[in-house]
Design a protein around this ligand. Structure first.
Ligand code: SAH
Length: 251
């Protein structure tokens, strides 16, 4: 069995209990070494094997999984954050299915929720936004034109932008175009939940300069939207004048 496991954003304790158990039982761990903390490997058995996929191709990864499976071994494919977001797991799954190799996907804490937790905010605020957009700017991987940042920004929904901090000025320009204003709050969270985590707060107007001054070029989330600000309505869920299945009216 091959288990695609979300390692969480950085902090070793932010892997799921299920993920940690699979790590403890694994014969082979193939980890995404560019972002996954090596610290996770200390929970593996001493006789297990670890491979860093950073220097491997898809073919090499699949070959290693196939050999291990043939030997009756348990494999953990350890991805950063949650494996279903920019994890490149689908191409691996296709190869496993072609070969009839069984697999499972174990979710993880994504860096976008870890980043929002780091700034003590909530993406979905009544009266502000009830939608979260997870996206990226195009890099070597293209983004469909209909998903261009300026188009998404028009919704004024809460946004978490992955893989894009290196081009912060371009990101900010596109967002301002979509929003039609520059006073939109932005938080850049570098290495959320790691010991060297850094948080920069600003608006579309000044965040570019702050990011450049701090020389943040990778491993950062760009969180955008009025959810970072101070204005919102309280929720009906916990309103005394609002009854629901689990609570009668108290108001
Ligand atoms: N599957 C991962 C995302 C992988 S793509 C997840 O769910 O988080 C890699 C991008 O994720 C990075 O460019 C960065 O934008 C973001 N990222 C990963 N770890 C991060 C962290 N600890 N803090 C902030 N951003 C992070």
């Amino acid at each position: 069995m091959i288990s695609f496991v979300g390692a969480g954003p950085g902090d070793l304790d932010l892997i799921t209990v299920k993920g940690r158990k699979l790590m403890e039982e694994a014969d082979l761990v193939i980890y995404a070494g560019s972002l996954v903390s090596q610290g996770h490997l200390k929970f593996c058995r001493e006789d297990s094997t670890a491979m860093n996929s950073a220097s491997m191709t898809l073919e090499e990864v699949v070959h290693a999984m196939e050999e291990a499976f043939k030997n009756g071994e348990k494999v953990v494919r350890l991805h950063t954050g949650d494996p279903t977001i920019y994890g490149a797991i689908r191409e691996q799954i296709r190869e496993l299915e072609r070969r009839g190799i069984p697999y499972q996907v174990i979710p993880g804490v994504s860096s976008f929720t870890a980043a929002c937790a780091a700034i003590n905010r909530e993406f979905t605020l009544p009266g502000v936004s009830q939608t979260v957009i997870l996206t990226r700017m195009e890099g070597r991987t293209p983004v469909p034109e209909r998903e261009a940042l300026e188009n998404l920004a028009r919704h004024q929904s809460s946004m978490a932008i992955f893989l894009s901090v290196k081009e912060i000025d371009k990101v900010v320009g596109k967002l301002a175009k979509g929003y039609g204003r520059w006073d939109v709050p932005v938080a850049v969270v570098y290495k959320a939940s790691w010991e060297d985590q850094r948080i920069l707060l600003g608006t579309l107007e000044d965040i570019g300069e702050k990011v450049r001054n701090e020389k943040i070029e990778k491993t950062a989330q760009i969180l955008v939207g009025d959810f970072i600000g101070e204005q919102f309505h309280r929720s009906l869920l916990y309103d005394p004048g609002f009854s629901h299945m689990y609570r009668s009216e108290k108001g």
